[in-house]
Ligand binder design. Structure first.
Ligand SMILES: CC(C)(COP(=O)(O)OP(=O)(O)OC[C@H]1O[C@@H](n2cnc3c(N)ncnc32)[C@H](O)[C@@H]1OP(=O)(O)O)[C@@H](O)C(=O)NCCC(=O)NCCS
Length: 132
């Protein structure tokens, strides 16, 4: 990958319509509406965007309280450019952003374990629960 051509944006929200294009490539976010995504972006202050020639290629965010807790969420690389290292570049930048936080959680499919272990995530000694 030619990393020099990749622009890294920290804590700068993408446009809602740009993010919709990435969300539509996932099974968990494809039904989000543009109005919901606008609300989400207005409350998001920790995020990384990767772009090439201005085009949004990857996104990830950390829902957080700035000090104690964070939740890594919506880690996505555009399907046209997967497998060339952008996911790692995205995670490296997200992990730098997370440094002030005591604990960073994430929720992922078991098949993603290997991806996140590389960036220091381990099994949690406890339980996580979800209420929908
Ligand atoms: C997961 C995702 C972000 C990885 O992005 P990517 O640009 O393809 O990743 P990279 O090319 O930087 O690969 C980084 C490493 O992760 C590994 N990897 C990539 N996808 C993986 C997966 N699904 N499971 C396990 N490891 C994976 C690669 O083999 C590579 O390993 P290496 O460093 O030993 O060579 C991308 O596939 C994606 O957007 N998937 C759809 C959305 C998604 O599932 N996000 C995660 C939600 S929990």
């Amino acid at each position: 990958m030619n990393e020099a051509a990749i622009e890294i944006e920290i804590n700068k929200n993408p446009k809602d319509w740009e993010l919709m294009a990435l969300f539509q490539q996932t099974d968990w976010a494809k039904s989000r509406t543009i109005d919901q995504v606008s609300v989400m972006l207005a409350k998001t202050d920790m995020s990384v965007c990767l772009r090439r020639s201005g085009k949004l290629l990857a996104y990830g965010r950390i829902i957080n309280d700035g000090c104690f807790r964070g939740l890594l969420d919506d880690v996505i690389v555009d399907e046209s450019v997967r497998g060339i290292g952008l996911g790692s570049l995205l995670m490296e930048n997200l992990m730098q952003l997370a440094e002030p936080l005591d604990v960073l959680f994430l929720h992922a499919r078991p098949s993603m374990l290997g991806y996140y272990v590389k960036f220091g995530f381990t099994d949690f000694d406890g339980i996580t629960m979800v209420r929908r």
